[in-house]
Write a new protein. Structure first.
Length: 169
């Protein structure tokens, strides 16, 4: 189950990365180093990079599982190799962080990035960053409740309409 989740995370991240790199190619002008640095600080302040932490381990785990299915007797060696690769490759996540920071820096001016960073470092910005995950979780819960209620309503309406047409659902 965990390896399946990691595989899904890795696949989603690869799709996202492909979109990010494609979007970066389409940029009209390259951002300055100062803008990229500030964008990276904004993203770090927002803890936006946390979602990418499982990427390298997930890719390695997925590859290990492919080889493990082919050669189950190599589990010990594959586990050791996976551990070595994690140590070697996790630092490369920085490359992805740089690419994402470039995307932000290309869409905001240095002045805007400075304003954004100032906000997130302010008491209100810090509170927003602290509370936002709770809002997202509560929002998803409310959305699920709302969808369940709507689903029941839709089922009743379907039955009523189909009954008018002579069908008893």
């Amino acid at each position: 189950m965990k390896s399946r989740r990691m595989a899904h995370i890795a696949a989603a991240a690869f799709i996202l990365c492909g979109s990010l790199f494609t979007a970066n190619i389409a940029l009209a002008q390259q951002p300055t180093a100062a803008a990229v640095s500030m964008a990276r600080e904004v993203l770090e302040t927002k803890t936006s990079f946390v979602m990418f932490e499982p990427l390298v381990p997930g890719v390695i785990e997925t590859a290990k599982n492919v080889f493990l299915q082919q050669s189950p007797n190599l589990q010990k060696d594959l586990n050791e190799t996976a551990a070595t690769l994690r140590t070697q490759l996790v630092p490369r996540t920085s490359e992805l962080k740089d690419e994402i920071a470039k995307l932000y820096a290309a869409r905001f001016t240095e002045a805007e990035l400075k304003e954004i960073l100032t906000f997130f470092k302010s008491p209100s910005g810090k509170k927003l960053l602290l509370e936002e995950p709770r809002f997202v979780e509560a929002s998803l819960g409310r959305a699920q409740q709302w969808a369940n209620t709507l689903s029941e309503e839709v089922m009743v309406k379907f039955r009523a309409e189909m009954k008018k047409k002579g069908h008893n659902l």
